[in-house]
Design a protein around this ligand. Structure first.
Ligand code: ISE
Length: 342
């Protein structure tokens, strides 16, 4: 029997997941779409026979027939949606961030603990990207010696209305926090943010770009250029420096065109295309596990640990200080390795 999924939030990511579940994923169907804007929910199911639209998750659950939830509302609404779905013991795929701060993320971890088994996979899709997975494999194999430094570039063409200064950390750098933990297998111990020369293309109230310096338990340093109004297109790329080699991932790939005396290729327009294949693998992995009664991939612990990093990052943004990341003790449910395997 198929997983019957309620997709909560029919915005950009929600709509993308709805189409993914409907057209590409095996073993799942979209049973309900929930959006506070009911017209948007209805539009999202227009081509999906049998799916129903609701304004709240509570109404959808009352109507019955749902046995899994995908949460794709803005991050500040995740806590309530997570607690409601955990209450029903549903397998959950929750878009990042789990929640925007450590205290609310910890409440979610505690609620999952009460159930005694993992129910939440967090949408850190980069772990399912072929190049990140390859880099992770190189770190773990040890064939290039120890990983020493990471140079991360995270560039978006522009930001949607209402994208605040804090969201550079909470919505964008949160991915770097997760991949740094995933690649090193270590927790992050401190975050510093430097605000340099700002682009005139950034909206009022947003300082863009920013430079973030991150350190892990063994001392690995990662620097992140977060530049969310970079105009030219989308780029997420990392250069890793090992004792015995340098590895680059995320360079523009694809067709290399020569025409009319020029050479070049297309720049990825957004994360939807850049990580399209990774999202497919992520969602299929979640569905396959849920059908077996299991949950894998990035966990609520990863969501909590990255939320703590974000909190430190936002403080560092405001104070200019190097801010330590303090974590609660890790519950046994989440295993030993810091980043966990995808
Ligand atoms: C967005 O929410 C994402 O998750 C993208 O991966 C990231 O590149 C972007 O900066 C965020 O706003």
């Amino acid at each position: 029997e198929n997983l019957r999924v309620a997709v909560i939030g029919a915005g950009r990511m929600g709509a993308d997941h709805i189409q993914r579940l409907h057209t590409r994923i095996h073993g799942a169907e979209v049973a309900a779409v929930i959006d506070i804007d009911l017209d948007r929910a209805k539009a999202a199911i227009a081509d999906i026979p049998g799916a129903q639209a609701f304004a709240t998750a509570a109404e959808a659950y009352r109507a019955g027939g749902i046995n899994a939830a995908v949460i794709a509302t803005p991050g500040f609404l995740h806590e309530q949606a997570l607690l409601e779905a955990l209450e029903l013991d549903l397998p959950i795929l929750c878009e990042k961030p789990l929640t925007p701060d450590a205290a609310s993320a910890w409440k979610v971890v505690e609620a999952e603990q009460k159930l005694g088994r993992k129910r939440i996979q967090v949408g850190f899709m980069r772990r399912f990207d072929a190049e990140y997975a390859q880099l992770g494999g190189l770190v773990r194999s040890g064939e290039l010696g120890e990983l020493l430094m990471l140079h991360c570039r995270h560039r978006n063409p522009d930001t949607p209305a209402g994208f605040t200064n804090e969201m550079l950390i909470n919505d964008s750098v949160v991915h770097e926090f997760d991949v740094i933990r995933y690649l090193t297998g270590e927790e992050i111990t401190s975050v510093q943010v430097r605000l340099g020369k700002a682009s005139s293309k950034a909206p009022a109230g947003q300082h863009d770009p920013q430079h973030v310096l991150i350190q892990t338990e063994s001392g690995v340093l990662a620097d992140v250029e977060i530049f969310v109004n970079a105009q030219f297109g989308y780029e997420v790329a990392t250069q890793a420096a090992f004792e015995d080699g340098i590895v680059d991932i995320g360079r523009d790939a694809g067709a290399y065109l020569r025409r009319a005396g020029r050479w070049g290729g297309a720049v990825t327009p957004s994360f939807i295309e850049r990580f399209g294949a990774a999202y497919d693998v992520e969602v299929q992995t979640w569905v396959d596990a849920a059908l077996r009664g299991e949950i894998g991939g990035p966990s609520a612990w990863d969501g909590y640990a990255t939320a703590a990093c974000c909190e430190a990052g936002v403080e560092a943004q405001k104070t200019g200080e190097k801010v330590a990341v303090a974590l609660n003790e890790k519950p046994a449910l989440y295993g030993a390795a810091a980043g966990g395997a995808a």
